[in-house]
Every structure is written in structure tokens, then in C-alpha cells.
Ligand binder design. Structure first.
Ligand code: PAF
Length: 280
């Protein structure tokens, strides 16, 4: 695996590969890699000639400075895992490399999706995500981009970003299903920060989403959301939301028509977890 720390060197390498007709697949990450990320790498490898992974803990997408300070960093282990999954290229830029002095901050017109759910609880988060991903896409110029369904809303935001930046023809977005622990907990880098008790409790989020899926036809949506939220609260979670939304735009669903997704965000200890499942 070749490691690039400089944007220019990576884009020169990519230019060369593209001249040779190679297909470039890209998996952007913030490191602390787990099986969910490795599944993205494996999926990318099957369909592309060159698999590029980036590790960059992007400061501009953290609306909570403690969350940024405590974000797990496990670079040596990440590199070992990427090598064992035959990743071809790792981009490991510094903050200065990503955002040089002449970097011009853009405002992305993401529309309603920016302010719903995660956007409401993490103001500015999706602008920060777009800033990083836009810059990474300029450097990597991928034919295919791979993102995890665990961050459902982020996937929708990135789809909008591709449209806003005129890349929807040149870069295909593949949303890869969430990888879960044996008890259903969605894999996430933040799980590393859970203590034993919190870790046991954390699977309740998935259980509640699953309960909603199983009972969507026999209870009202309001009742399902309220009960799930109350049960999580009784288990000691601080619940930001349990919501049932239209899968296309994350507007709140008021009936079971069309494709729906149940989403939740809740904090245990000081670790905020999110998850979602598609309902139909
Ligand atoms: O999902 C993540 O790890 C990050 O939000 C991303 C897409 C790498 C942008 O910093």
C-alpha cells in the first residue's frame, strides 16, 4: 500500500492511473477503522482497479470540541488492517494539507436535508462534512465513492454534494449496508469509547429500531416513536430523536405509504450513537 501525505503527489499518481485507464474507487474515513470500514474497502476492491482510502479526522465537522478531542485515533492498527485488506493507497493528510492558507471555504446549498435530524442536533456538521469530502474528491477524482448506510443522512448529503459540484455523472455513489456486532450494535469508531456497561446497553438502539420495523403495521407511528424513546430514556440514554422518516428526503413520515426509514440518535455516558434501518 502506498501512503500519500501530500495532495499534489496523490493527484499526480491518480492522473497517471487514469491515463492508463484504471478505475478509481474511494473510501473516505476518519480512521479508527472497524469491520464496517473494511467491508467498504472490500466492496470497493471488487469493482475498481485502484482502491484509495483516506484517513482524516476533519475538525470542521465537529460541533462539539470534546467529541473532536476524544475521537479515537489508531493509525498504526488502521494501516495494518488496510494492508491486510489489500487497499492500494492511503491518503493521510494533515489539517494544513487539507485546508491550506489559500483554501476558500464554500457554503453548500444542501437544502432542507441539512437541518433535519442530525443537522438540527449538530449545527454546521454537514457543511463541515461537505468541505472535507469536496476537497478529497478534488484530489482523488474517484469513479466510485463508497459510504456506509449507518450514516444515512450523510449519504444523502453527499449525493446532494455530488449534484451541486457537477460530479453526479463522473462519480457513482454506492451506499453499503451497515455492519453490526453480534448483538446488533452498528459498528462505529465511537464504540471504542463505550465502557463495559455502556457497550451492553448500546445494542438497545438497534433493538428499538427493529421493534419499530416489526410493529409498523399494528401501531401508530407516533406511538412507536414515543415508546422507543421512553424505553431508551429509562435505560439511561439521553435521546436526541427516534424518528420515522421518508427514505428519499428524511421528511417526517405521517403514514406508512412509500419507503420509510427509522433513525435514532442517543447518548450513553458521553458517547453519542446513531443508527437507522430501512423499514420496507
Ligand atoms: O463518515 C465519516 O467518516 C466522515 O464524515 C467523512 C465522510 C470521512 C468526512 O469527513
Amino acid at each position: 500500500m502506498t501512503i500519500f501525505k501530500k495532495a499534489k503527489q496523490l493527484s499526480n499518481y491518480i492522473d497517471q492511473q487514469k491515463k492508463e485507464g484504471k478505475k478509481i474507487g474511494f473510501v473516505p474515513t476518519m480512521g479508527a477503522l472497524h469491520n464496517g470500514h473494511l467491508h467498504l474497502i472490500d466492496t470497493c476492491k471488487k469493482l475498481n482497479d485502484i482502491t484509495v482510502c483516506s484517513i482524516f479526522v476533519n475538525p470542521t465537522q465537529f460541533n462539539n470540541s470534546d467529541d473532536f478531542k476524544n475521537y479515537p485515533v489508531t493509525i498504526s492498527k488502521d494501516i495494518e488492517q488496510l494492508i491486510s485488506h489489500q487497499c492500494d493507497v492511503l491518503f493521510l493528510p494533515s489539517v494544513e494539507e487539507m485546508y491550506p492558507a489559500d483554501f476558500v471555504k464554500k457554503e453548500y446549498a444542501l437544502g432542507e436535508i441539512e437541518n433535519r435530524l442530525e443537522g438540527h442536533y449538530r449545527p454546521g456538521h454537514f457543511q463541515g462534512v461537505c468541505q472535507a469530502v469536496d476537497r478529497l474528491l478534488q484530489i482523488v477524482q474517484p469513479d466510485n465513492l463508497y459510504m456506509g448506510q449507518k450514516d444515512y443522512q450523510q449519504c444523502m448529503v453527499i449525493r446532494k454534494l455530488l449534484e451541486l459540484t457537477g460530479r453526479e455523472q463522473s462519480t457513482g455513489l454506492s451506499i453499503v449496508s451497515t455492519v453490526r456486532e453480534a448483538d446488533g450494535l452498528a459498528m462505529s469508531s465511537r464504540n471504542l469509547r463505550l465502557d463495559e456497561e455502556q457497550r451492553k446497553r448500546a445494542a438497545s438502539i438497534f433493538n428499538e429500531l427493529n421493534f419499530i420495523k416489526e410493529h409498523i403495521q399494528d401501531h401508530s407511528l407516533e406511538e412507536l416513536k414515543k415508546n422507543a424513546s421512553e424505553r431508551l430514556t429509562r435505560k439511561g440514554f439521553k435521546v436526541d430523536y427516534v424518528e420515522i422518516a421518508n427514505a428519499e428526503d428524511l421528511s417526517i413520515a405521517n403514514n406508512t405509504a412509500g419507503k420509510l426509514v427509522a433513525l435514532a440518535a442517543a447518548t450513553t455516558g458521553n458517547v453519542r450513537l446513531i443508527d437507522n434501518i430501512v423499514l420496507n
